[in-house]
Ligand binder design. Sequence first.
Ligand code: NAP
Length: 273
Amino acid sequence: MFNILPWKLYEADVERFWVHYGLLILGAVIVIITAIFQWAKPAPYGKHESVSSNWGCAIPQRLGHIFSDATPGVLLFLLVFFLYGKARGYANYTFLALWLCHYIHRGVLHPLMMRYKSSKVAFGITFAGFIPNCLFHFVNADFVGNAEYDSNYYYDPRLIVGLVLYVIGFTINRWADWKLRSLRSQKGDYKNGSTGYYIPYGGLFELISCPNYFGEFVEWIGWTTATWSLAGLVWMLFGAATFFTRSRHNHQWYKANFEFYPPNRKALIPWLF
Ligand SMILES: NC(=O)c1ccc[n+]([C@@H]2O[C@H](COP(=O)([O-])OP(=O)(O)OC[C@H]3O[C@@H](n4cnc5c(N)ncnc54)[C@H](OP(=O)(O)O)[C@@H]3O)[C@@H](O)[C@H]2O)c1
């Protein structure tokens, strides 16, 4: 039989129920605020670093990314899953593994290997990423650590389609970040100061300016579909609030800075946006 909700969560624990759903409501409010502010102005790092300098003292960029992404994405997630979570089925462990695949890469490997223009970032930017990450990562770890999935969920189309989307998005995101990284090594020795920006070509870059954001967006759509959760949904919407707005600013930045920027490219979604 097809269950609209293939899991049970906190049926006998009113307190935890309201902590979970209360944080989801707070998350939804943060999504709306993020979308409004980032649509108006890009967060001042990378290409948009010079937009504002009122974000506090400078800290090492690599350390900033590790702090804002690995602390909540790996450490907090593991603590919540194992110490606060009670459900221990194959689905719970599958979701834990998927999340860690993304965040061990994004929170540790990615910051160590990327070739940033600037070695420093304002602490305020790091902190502005860290706080919402803690909230969204807590609710997702809370959900996948406590939801009791139906025993036959392993052949449910939501899980299968979600996993396929997750893997496709993950692959696109990694490929696009690798391609951006390779731009600086192609143009000269990075260590000798090649920190400029170049037009990326090839693959999805022929259609959109930000395939790295597109890939991650597809990944979180897959996560939401596979977990079939509101926690996944608010996290995916938070990603969308960043990806749509920042890709729009990046796209405008490319057009303003490169006279011959390919005119048919879109910002984030091929042929549409
Ligand atoms: N889940 C979320 O809410 C969220 C939010 C933001 C980002 N992310 C993820 O985090 C990762 C990095 O995001 P990001 O915003 O830092 O991406 P980004 O602005 O595209 O930059 C990625 C890297 O490529 C370099 N780069 C970008 N465009 C370049 C060009 N035209 N020529 C040469 N180098 C270029 C950047 O250098 P500079 O640093 O010197 O600009 C940086 O090292 C992505 O995988 C993204 O999906 C997730």
